[in-house]
Design a protein around this ligand. Structure first.
Ligand code: AHR
Length: 342
């Protein structure tokens, strides 16, 4: 069976299994579009199964776009993309379906760090290389994956803490009691673990900083708003919000506005965010966010290069960090925003 038929047969079988066989396998429109695809399918294309976390944030959408733009037929790839809707069990199912489809590479952007040993062992046994994007995995056998591309989340958290030290010093507030709340990303995800630990390492050196509460808001705007609403009800003396991604920050901004609180440069609550997506630049320029620590989502081109290297029989670096910066309202944000792709 050729590569394309194998993919299609497996995908049809999986679809029928999921749908409970409640309808005819294919209607004539589906058959026609499949025939068209088959004609366009080139046996030489490298088949890549990508399991993405979800579509929880602007960052994630930019990440997905970058992958899709890089893994095109023109560049030599056939992409099978699965959105896990922020559920690890969906990612495990996706990886198993990629193994059944005998894809050439599996790309996994894992939701959480733990829980991957069994399914990655299945991929290894099937001889399919696994490339990790964005977050990491904790596995007994490090050889269960070929390499990882992503951000130094711990460094991002430390940089945020150091920025706060400098900011408070510049305001003559470095001796004052400072009350902090944190909106955490999905607890157990590398981005959450790194940012929380990185910031905590700087907090440990500042006895006058109090972490009032840290709440899991799952990287979404809706949960960011809800969690911030609750914290604003509980504490009337919040000085700093550390929000582990921009979308939770946008939700928190809505909550602070609704509660009549002032924030951002010139306000009562200093706002520190992560990702630095375009809408966060707008928020910084509107005086709603003080500083934003970049997480670069443009992994697609590097991913395509790595696969081509592996195809050529070359080895690749196991750990590949993306270049990242931070931005604050002392900078020429309008100019910088124009130079950015997300
Ligand atoms: O893992 C990266 C994080 O996941 C980004 O900071 C966040 O926006 C995304 O959902």
């Amino acid at each position: 069976m050729n590569k394309f038929l194998r993919l299609m047969v497996t995908m049809t079988l999986l679809f029928l299994l999921c749908a409970g066989c409640g309808r005819k396998p294919e209607d004539s429109q589906e058959t026609a579009s499949r025939e068209k695809e088959e004609m366009a399918f080139d046996e030489n294309l490298i088949v890549v199964g990508v399991s993405q976390v979800g579509a929880e944030s602007d960052w994630r959408n930019a990440h997905t776009e970058s992958i899709k733009a890089a893994l095109t037929p023109e560049a030599g790839f056939y992409l099978v993309f699965e959105d896990a809707q922020q559920k690890q069990e969906n990612q495990i199912k996706a990886v198993r379906s990629f193994i059944l489809q005998e894809v050439d590479y599996i790309v996994l952007a894992p939701i959480l760090e733990s829980g991957w040993d069994a399914v990655l062992q299945e991929a290894k046994d099937a001889g399919i290389p696994v490339i990790l994007l964005d977050r990491k995995v904790q596995v007994e056998d490090e050889d269960l994956y070929t390499c990882w591309i992503g951000a130094d989340f711990e460094k991002e958290g430390e940089e945020a803490g150091r920025w706060l030290e400098r900011y408070l010093r510049s305001q003559g507030r470095d001796e004052e009691e400072v009350n902090i709340v944190t909106l955490q990303g999905t607890v157990g995800a590398s981005a959450q673990i790194g940012r929380t630990n990185g910031f905590a390492s700087i907090l440990a050196g500042n006895e006058n900083w109090n972490m009032l509460e840290m709440v899991d808001a799952d990287y979404t705007q809706a949960k960011g708003r809800e969690a911030m609403e609750e914290m604003l009800k509980k504490y009337d003396d919040i000085d700093v919000l550390v929000s582990e991604n921009d979308n939770m920050t946008f939700g928190a901004i809505d909550a602070m506005k609704a509660a009549g609180r002032t924030f951002g440069p010139g306000g009562d609550i200093t706002v520190i965010s992560f990702d630095a997506v375009s809408a966060a630049f707008d928020a910084m320029m509107a005086g709603e966010i003080n500083a934003d620590f970049e997480c670069n989502p443009l992994h697609g081109p590097r991913l395509a290069e790595i696969i081509k290297e592996l195809e050529a029989g070359n080895t690749v670096d196991r750990v590949q960090y993306m270049k990242e910066e931070y931005f604050d309202t002392s900078m020429d944000l309008a100019r910088i925003q124009k130079t950015r792709a997300y």
